[in-house]
Design a protein around this ligand. Structure first.
Ligand SMILES: [Zn+2]
Length: 286
């Protein structure tokens, strides 16, 4: 059923791609995350009967990058009417692979695993679910999402986390526009890494997912799939050993239902890349 609905949606995308209106940026992308309101959902454009929700932050001067990286730089090129009468504008950008809404390829933390261009599209496009841990993370900004949280989702929905993209909703995205709140520190450089505070997936839960379940990919609304205080990034290591890619700094998760939607997560196809800027959207019937 999902597959059929999905194929129809993709057909619409391919036929009308050139004439599609620009996907509206939900207001939360500018103002930080707030509870989804019916009005916001109304604002999402329709595509083949489904609503399109942009899960991507814009890349600009204030985009949050890892403290060891420079931010996104747009180098302005020519912009104006040429002597032949047409308008022309072209810029350059300089950016680390890992910053803003982006994909981590398995090779990021495991030698010999897939680079960005080697990840099969089947992992990046398809049915997705939201595991909501907003309440626990509101109590503890260093919260590690555990096996119990994942099992609780399974009990509530009566199914296992198999062959889906799992999006972890911590609620931390509401801090996006305040860099020091979002990262837990104002500092930059290698020392700042010790002062990071945000929720993530526990290494035990990562191991449980790869050993007892079979997910296509995982995403989170924080800077990293491991929590801020992680020293050994074991969730990255475990997931990537099994070629499960991760999406980080995913926007607008609060606008999604827990089930009944699909995700299209297409990174820039950097040959040999360990990560890449990601354009990720959700298609939801609700
Ligand atoms: Zn990354």
């Amino acid at each position: 059923m999902w597959r059929r609905r999905w194929l129809r949606a993709m057909l619409v995308v391919s036929v009308f791609a050139s004439s599609l209106p620009v996907v509206a940026q939900p207001p939360s992308a500018q103002t930080g995350a707030k509870a989804a309101s019916p009005a916001r959902r109304e604002a999402a454009p329709l595509l083949g009967g489904q609503r399109v929700i942009d899960l991507t932050y814009p890349f600009n001067q204030s985009t949050v990058y890892w403290p060891t990286e420079k931010g996104f730089q747009l180098v302005r090129g020519p912009a104006g009417v040429t002597d032949k009468g047409y308008y022309y504008a072209a810029n350059r950008f300089i950016a680390a692979e890992h910053g803003g809404t982006h994909l981590d390829a398995p090779i990021h933390f495991f030698e010999g695993r897939q680079t960005v261009d080697q990840i099969p599209l089947e992992r990046l496009v398809g049915e997705a679910v939201v595991v909501d841990v907003t309440e626990a993370c509101a109590q503890d900004r260093d919260y590690e999402i555990g096996v119990d949280d994942l099992r609780r989702w399974e009990m509530r929905h009566g199914r296992q986390l198999v062959e889906v993209i799992v999006l972890l909703r911590t609620g931390h995205g509401r801090h996006w526009n305040d860099r020091s709140q979002y990262l837990g520190t104002d500092k930059t450089g290698p020392d700042a890494v010790n002062d990071l505070h945000f929720p993530g997936l526990s290494p035990m839960a990562a191991r449980w997912l790869v050993e007892h379940r079979a997910i296509h990919a995982i995403g989170i609304d924080t800077p990293s799939i491991d929590y801020g205080q992680s020293q050994h990034f074991q969730s990255h290591v475990t997931l990537f050993e099994h070629n499960v890619p991760a999406f980080e700094n995913v926007a607008n998760l609060e606008l999604l239902p827990e089930t009944g939607f699909s995700v299209v997560a297409l990174p820039m196809k950097i040959g040999g890349g360990s990560g890449a800027p990601l354009r990720i959207i959700a298609l939801t019937a609700q």
